[in-house]
Design a protein around this ligand. Structure first.
Ligand code: BG6
Length: 465
């Protein structure tokens, strides 16, 4: 069967500043939370590989953009590092950063690759974190000023902007589950950070509108469907609570300009609501996006709680549900994540039916594999598993589009194997393999396959289905 995509469909991949640029000494960049934390606790990083050693895009961007073109990308998302552009978080702009991002954007456009630019991908400048990060309302203002600076500097050429990448992950990692700096475990503070992040998002959208920039602005969310174990009322409630906490806490304000009443009622019941100021609701209303990016890797499966909570335990999302391992689930054994391709269809149909069919694209999807060298034959990684992963997801995206979804593109995570937060280079995701010793980039079989998909705006699968 032929899976043909709409004209002008965006084919590409995604990456982020902190994961690819590498720190180049003397270029004016200051520390973000990752640079700082890595020095404090290097043991937290897989094999001790720290954020200084990311894939040197800062030095090799022209070559790398050439490699994107070689596999027929027509679009690419990366982020601007706030700590590079405005090293103190507020105040002076770093001219070397302006030159670098201008060069990257110009080179992308020169090669026929549409730049999709995100303003924040987990990388809070340490100067801002030191005054409380998004717990402090001053940081909302600082972020809005930074966003405005980006629009003014690059808005003449960038037509697709994103305020945040997966803002819930910063909240989960930094304020609930201890896998991002500042390693706080406190739901109430997490709730404040989540709310202030959305205020910062909305302020950035307002600045964008005020400047009358020609282009569209959105947000990238990891929308993880919460599938209940059964249709028992308690399982359904557990899944509803997960959906409220992990999806709708960002999706509803971003698209509808308001929080779901059920979420507010739930947080109030457990005394976890953040403080709200008089103008906040109005600000959130004005943060409605034009487009949305969807990151999808794995589903969430849940069931009603099986056991009572310890009376002394502090409030956590897990008070409301237990995870559920579906028997017979399909797994990516290398990453330990479930593969459920239909999840991407369910997300797109949900946006079609419940969110006004807002224009959207798949901004990340991918398959991390540990020890990928084992699949190398004559110097090339034969990642047929990745080709199957992508094509099976694309079939569901194709079906959703045929049924009216306004999905306009697909970006893989990622382009060249890159550094991944605490996981370092453990899980490889790229279309190009990165040799950590020589920095050489080698195309994988999936990169060649994807080049044809992009060229043909679709693919054929004789097996169909
Ligand atoms: C996404 C992030 O959540 O997943 C990326 O936006 C990240 O920054 C990617 O690298 C893959 O996750 P991981 O943990 O396997 O590297």
């Amino acid at each position: 069967m032929q899976y043909q995509f709409p004209n002008n469909f965006y084919w590409g991949s995604a990456a982020s500043a902190a994961q690819t640029e590498g720190t180049t000494l003397g270029d004016g960049k200051s520390d973000n939370i990752w640079d700082h934390w890595a020095r404090q606790e290097p043991n937290r990083f897989f094999n001790g590989v720290l954020p200084t050693e990311t894939s040197t895009f800062y030095d090799h961007f022209r070559n790398d953009i050439g490699l994107m073109k070689a596999i027929n990308h027509n679009s690419f998302r990366t982020s601007i590092a706030w700590s590079r552009l405005i090293p103190d978080g507020v105040g002076d702009v770093n001219p070397q950063a302006v030159e670098f991002y201008n060069n990257v954007i110009d080179e992308l456009i020169e090669q026929g690759i549409e730049p999709f630019i995100c303003l924040f991908h987990f990388d809070m400048p340490i100067a801002m974190q030191n005054i409380g990060g998004f717990e402090n309302r001053d940081v909302i203002e600082a972020y809005a000023n930074y966003a405005q600076t980006c629009f003014e500097l690059f808005g003449d050429r960038v037509k697709h902007w994103f305020t945040f990448n997966e803002p819930i992950v910063t909240v989960e990692g930094g304020y609930l589950y201890d896998f991002h700096y500042p390693n706080i475990v406190d739901f109430k503070r997490a709730s404040v950070v989540a709310f202030h992040t959305m205020l910062a998002h909305a302020q950035a959208v307002m600045r964008f509108r005020q400047l009358n920039i020609d282009g569209q602005i959105g947000i990238v969310l990891n929308l993880t469907p919460s599938y209940p174990r059964s249709d028992n009322a308690n399982d359904l409630l557990a899944s509803h609570h997960c959906d409220l906490l992990f999806n709708r806490s960002f999706l509803d304000p971003a698209v509808k300009g308001e929080y779901p009443q059920d979420l507010l009622t739930l947080l109030k019941k457990y005394d976890q609501l953040p403080a709200v100021e008089a103008s906040d609701c109005d600000v959130i209303q004005q943060g409605k996006v034009d487009i949305i990016g969807i990151n999808y890797y794995q589903p969430r499966r849940v069931q009603a709680k099986l056991h009572a909570i310890h009376p002394d335990a502090q409030f956590m999302p897990e008070w409301l549900f237990d995870s559920y391992e579906m028997p017979g689930r399909k797994m990516n054994p290398h990453r330990g994540w479930e593969i459920y391709e239909k999840g991407v269809y369910d997300i797109l149909i949900n946006l079609r039916d419940n969110y006004g069919n807002l224009p959207c694209y798949i901004s990340e999807n991918g398959m991390g594999v540990q020890g990928e060298d084992a699949f190398s034959v004559n110097g090339q990684i034969q990642d047929d598993y990745r080709i199957e992963f992508v094509s099976e997801h694309l079939k569901w995206i194709h079906k959703a589009i045929n049924e009216g979804s306004a999905c306009f593109g697909y970006h893989m995570w990622t382009f060249i194997d890159n550094w991944s937060w605490c996981n370092g280079y453990k899980n490889r995701y790229g279309f190009y393999q990165l040799d950590l010793n020589t920095q050489e980039r080698r195309i994988k079989k999936s990169g060649q396959w994807y080049a044809n998909v992009a060229k043909n705006n679709g693919f054929n699968d004789p097996q169909g289905g």
